[in-house]
Design a protein around this ligand. Structure first.
Ligand code: 4AZ
Length: 258
């Protein structure tokens, strides 16, 4: 008997502890149920900016070359800047001008196809534990692979709810075929070649995360591209499948300039 009382007591204690943790985590909730992280946890992440305002995420491929979504490039490249090495979207790190962008020639909007672009910076970044490159995935991740997406986008879909600190959400990969059979099929929205999906109950990328990294096993597997809403059941986040475009990226990185 005393033992079961002790057990009950321990269970109560631990459930309170769990609740306590939940509460603290909730006060740090960022877009669709991620958590805040310092930039050193995702040092490849950059913020793409126009006149000091964050518009999209991106990833560092090397000290001068970056990758993002084509739909982030509504303005001429030379009007863009990249902020690297900062946890905060509005301050810190290195802010460098973009000089050139190479959009995929097959890019079309709505729903986005071939949503991929390379950026060339005016000068080299100083690479460090806060600003570092990430390798491209060679193979598309298997269904169920754990991956994480990061960014400064909205943390509530229908509110103008942006935060200044970077956050991350852990997701599970969904292959193209499975994703096509989701509720997107009912809406006649096609998950075409070069797209891959990821989701995890209640967690997702959202507006402002576009162009940013989806990483699995230390490699860049996806670029935040689109989705019907954010974290809506049956509508996974859709990403540009980096492995599918690997050859395009490598070839165009060479011709991008230096
Ligand atoms: C957007 O508007 C956007 N839930 C990005 C990602 C997702 C939805 C919308 C995925 O940039």
């Amino acid at each position: 008997m005393p033992i079961s009382w002790a057990l009950l007591f321990i269970q109560l204690l631990s459930s309170t502890a769990v609740l306590g943790v939940r509460q603290t985590t909730q006060s740090h909730l960022r877009i669709v149920n991620g958590i805040t992280i310092p930039i050193s946890f995702a040092p490849w992440q950059v913020s793409i900016q126009v006149m000091g305002n964050h518009i999209c995420g991106g990833s560092i491929l090397n000290a001068k070359k970056f990758i993002t979504a084509a739909h982030c490039l509504n303005l001429p490249a030379h009007q863009l800047q990249v902020r690297a090495g900062s946890t905060f979207r509005n301050t810190g790190g290195q802010l460098v001008n973009v000089v050139y962008a190479k959009k995929h020639s097959g890019y079309v909007g709505s729903p986005y196809k071939h949503d991929i672009t390379l950026l060339l910076l005016k000068r080299k970044l100083n690479l460090s534990y806060k600003a570092n490159k990430i390798d491209l995935a060679s193979n598309s991740p298997y269904d169920g692979t754990t991956a994480f997406v990061s960014g400064w986008g909205r943390y509530v879909e229908d509110k103008n709810a942006f935060t200044i600190d970077l956050r991350i959400a852990v997701l599970s990969m969904i292959d193209r075929g499975t994703c096509q059979k989701s509720k997107y099929a009912e809406r006649k929205m096609k998950i075409t070649k070069g797209m891959i999906c990821a989701a995890s109950g209640g967690k997702d990328a959202c507006q402002g995360d576009s162009g940013g990294p989806l990483v699995a096993n230390g490699k860049l597997v996806g670029i935040v591209s689109w989705g019907l809403g954010c974290a809506k059941r049956g509508f996974p986040g859709v990403y540009t499948d980096v492995a599918y475009y690997r050859d395009w990226v490598l070839k165009n990185m060479d011709t991008l300039g230096s």
